[in-house]
Design a protein around this ligand. Structure first.
Ligand SMILES: Cc1ncc(C[n+]2csc(CCOP(=O)(O)OP(=O)(O)O)c2C)c(N)n1
Ligand code: SF4
Ligand SMILES: [Mg+2]
Length: 294
């Protein structure tokens, strides 16, 4: 998919009030603002505990202009299924029912309800913002934390296991639309969410989302670091539509070109400081092998 939306034709409609409880430089605040812009007013959000619940605010101080239901971690996919059923009963089929969760809430704690919704082909959009740890409770490792990363529960040597590939797990359910996106490419994210609103069945979008305090970088570098994840080939932008995989936007343009070394990305963040040369070489080899396939 080539991007249709540019900064010149992007809608000026906003569904987030100015001023949120997110940290300065939070990648999620970009993802959220662009995501709800693309969803539009006829949308209901279903959100489990996460930084997003904080960003949206606690009554009576709310940053979101859309109706939003806070649910338990394990129930997100089931709760969204219930909201869709309610919309059907009310003959409001035009409403976008959107489950929106963090990586821990999606890939670890809420995966069974999400898997059930995918298997049933529920008419939902599911957006996972992946900041690669349980940030809201103080940076604990999650299934999607990359190998070697320092968190409060993987101190000194970093996480020992590989990052869990959630979009691949969701794609294995055979749903019609799976996409990845990045906070650093907001218009690409906008177009993918917009596309999801036009499709029926279960749609899943996984968004790489830099987090200054959790990743240990200065708040001004959110976009730079998000872009480096793509330009090093560590995180790839793609769509899987009706089973057909294709790289999109900046990742597609990288095919056959020289990628930046993964060290350019690792060196920008304190969370990678325990990586030794051997681990860096292993990651670089893995990325090279993946791209040789592309
Ligand atoms: C069943 C349950 N376990 C633990 C918590 C505590 N908790 C609240 S937010 C959170 C972190 C969620 O991580 P993630 O889904 O990655 O979102 P992030 O905080 O990174 O935005 C946790 C563990 C909870 N609210 N409910
Ligand atoms: S901890 Fe990270 S994800 Fe959470 S609000 Fe702060 S910057 Fe955003
Ligand atoms: Mg998280």
């Amino acid at each position: 998919m080539e991007n249709k939306t540019t900064i010149l034709n992007l809608t000026e409609d906003e569904f987030v009030h100015s001023g949120t409880r997110a940290c300065t430089g939070c990648g999620l605040s970009i993802v959220y603002r662009m995501g709800v812009k693309a969803l539009g007013k006829d949308s209901i959000l279903v959100v489990p505990p996460s930084c997003l619940t904080m960003l949206q605010g606690i009554y009576p101080v709310a940053s979101a202009k859309l109706p939003s239901i806070n649910v338990t971690f394990a129930s997100t996919g089931a709760a969204a299924t219930g909201v869709r059923a309610a919309m059907k009963a009310l003959k409001k089929d035009n409403v976008n029912v959107v489950a929106w969760a963090g990586d821990g809430g999606t890939g670890d704690i809420g995966i069974q309800a999400l898997s059930g919704a995918c298997e049933r082909g529920e008419d939902l959009i599911y957006i996972c913002y992946d900041n690669e740890a349980y940030m809201n409770t103080g940076v604990q490792r999650s299934g999607t934390t990359p190998k070697g990363v320092l968190t409060t529960t993987t101190p000194i040597v970093g996480k020992l296991q590989e990052k869990k590939d959630i979009p691949a797990i969701i794609a294995a359910h055979g749903i019609d639309y799976v996409a990845t996106a990045s906070a650093a490419y907001p218009l690409d994210l906008y177009d993918k969410v917009k596309k999801a609103t036009t499709l029926s069945g279960t749609k899943y979008i996984h968004v790489h989302t830099p987090c200054p305090p959790g990743w240990s970088f200065d708040t001004r570098y959110t976009i730079k670091i998000g872009k480096l994840a793509i330009k090093t080939g560590l995180f790839d932008l793609y769509e899987i539509e009706n089973g057909a995989f294709q790289l999109t936007g900046p990742s597609k343009r990288l095919v056959g070109k020289e990628r930046k070394p993964v060290t350019d990305y690792f060196n920008t963040q304190g969370r990678f400081k325990s990586l030794d040369e051997e681990m860096v070489k292993t990651v670089q080899d893995q990325v090279d092998a993946k791209w040789a396939n592309y």
